[in-house]
Design a protein around this ligand. Sequence first.
Ligand SMILES: Nc1ncnc2c1ncn2[C@@H]1O[C@H](COP(=O)(O)OP(=O)(O)OP(=O)(O)O)[C@@H](O)[C@H]1O
Ligand SMILES: [Mg+2]
Length: 408
Amino acid sequence: MALIELRHVTKIFGRAPREGLARVRAGVGKEQLLAETGMVLGLHDVNLAIEPGEIFVVMGLSGSGKSTLIRHLNRLIDPTDGEVLVDGEDILTFSARALEAFRRRRMSMVFQRFGLMPHRTVLANVAYGLEVRGEARRARERTARDWVERVGLAGYEDSYPHQLSGGMQQRVGLARALATGADILLMDEAFSALDPLIRSQMQDQLIALQAELNRTVVFITHDLDEALRIGTRIAILKDGVVVQVGTPAEILLAPADDYVAAFVRDVNRARALTVEAVMKPPVCRLTDETLDRALAEMRRHGAAEAVVMAADGYRGVVTAAKVEAALQAKGAPRRLAELAVAAPTFTPDTPIERLVPAALQAGVPLPVVDEAGNVKGLVTPEAVGKMLAEREAETAPAGIETKPRDAA
Ligand SMILES: Nc1ncnc2c1ncn2[C@@H]1O[C@H](COP(=O)(O)OP(=O)(O)OP(=O)(O)O)[C@@H](O)[C@H]1O
Ligand SMILES: [Mg+2]
């Protein structure tokens, strides 16, 4: 079961939302609704299922409805129509008291402008959520100290927010959100106010913490590079409508429409995509044997290359062409292990960028090996070249800016 689910969520801002809803159902779009009634279509029939442990990114241009969407998850906003479910329960049916408990225990929010309390120390800021919950001073300070340390701020416990840089303040914000133990983190443009370098450090830290803690993160950004970097999946919003949901590779390689295509056009694919997106499964694995037997085996599989394995794991890669050549040549190695090229291996999550030099050098496809030493696939230089060359040929439709607020 999905952890969070939005079903047919529509939000209309303005004087008569129900009347607006009727118009929207009759086919009126955001622009027309505004022109005719002055009401704003914030979200339109949004359906999403967010799985536990995901970093689920919502992205879109300014005004597309990102903040409106995330605010539905803790009921800072109630929908005009539709349901919001957490663990299968409709949070719109919660009593005031149940809602308060839900907000304290299940969700915590990290804000763009940090939202720290200026007259409280770092430690007291981080401990705040636990204090509200009535935890004893000692216990909450122990927990808070631990989180301050984990986000890399040990030694700053007694500092005040104004004594810290922006990046440090946002670490405090993150520690505060994590300290409550809430399993759902809502982050609305949480890193947007940070310098690029600090920002990428915070992204790394979030990814690392996430891998360790397995909380669920709903992360809003208007920056595609950030979305691709941290997202397990990405939802793209346009005028309150979800136009695509997919993994970073799906968004990059198969944009659903021109709007998404315009976003992804300038992305550095070699950096954004991982080896997983270009590898093919290894169809032929061989142990050390004679070249005749190896070649026969490769032909039987219709494989142009094979991974050579030894008792202790991966040994190297051979191509059928090389084996054939060796069989013809006098004085060439007679055993497969001697012929195999011990090409460097890569894990599936390696950015393609890091594999390119080796792919050009090795002269054989490169093996993709997981942490347990299992060969998961092979990457050919041709596959890398093809993926990097595939670009949307057409130009963007007029009026779509891909980075609306970066200059702001
Ligand atoms: N309280 C409100 N009253 C009226 N209209 C609103 C309200 N909140 C949001 N809107 C409108 O709803 C739409 C979506 O706004 P929202 O703040 O969700 O966009 P966003 O994607 O978060 O944009 P940004 O990237 O600028 O933060 C916009 O057209 C906005 O004007
Ligand atoms: Mg917003």
